[in-house]
Design a protein around this ligand. Structure first.
Ligand SMILES: [Zn+2]
Length: 127
């Protein structure tokens, strides 16, 4: 479910995780965003800045969460500005080929496990 290759932009070693499901991957060495579906992994975009933050759980880590074996396959830091204050949190994308995706978020030491809903939420009148 994963394969190794060298980044076409910088030559750094990379591992493609959730192969066949991943649409793109970002090179942690140079910041290039690569096409995961293309066998030559063409560069889709280049960013000047590399990821300036180190995930608390390294990508590739496997573990059991609520009985499901999951692998960390992605990481992003997100932030919003509200009333002039920037609030940030970290999001880890977890994957199991039979169970699908989970998001685990961390903010100031508080962890949340999120599962994508499979149906569209229904609006309730007056709710
Ligand atoms: Zn690279």
């Amino acid at each position: 479910m994963s394969s190794r290759f060298d980044c076409p932009a910088c030559g750094g070693p990379l591992t493609l995780r959730a192969e066949g499901v991943s649409e793109s991957l970002a090179c942690p060495h140079c910041g290039a965003v690569l096409d995961a579906k293309d066998p030559r992994h063409q560069v889709l975009a280049k960013y000047r800045s590399k990821l300036g933050v180190t995930p608390k759980i390294p990508i590739g880590t496997r573990g059991t969460v609520r009985g499901d074996q999951l692998e960390v396959i992605g990481f992003q830091r997100r932030a919003v500005r509200y009333s002039g204050v920037i609030y940030s949190w970290d999001e880890y994308l977890l994957w199991n080929p039979y169970k699908g995706f989970r998001w685990m978020t961390e903010s100031n030491g508080h962890w949340l496990l999120l599962k994508t809903v499979e149906t569209k939420p229904k609006e309730t009148p007056g709710g």
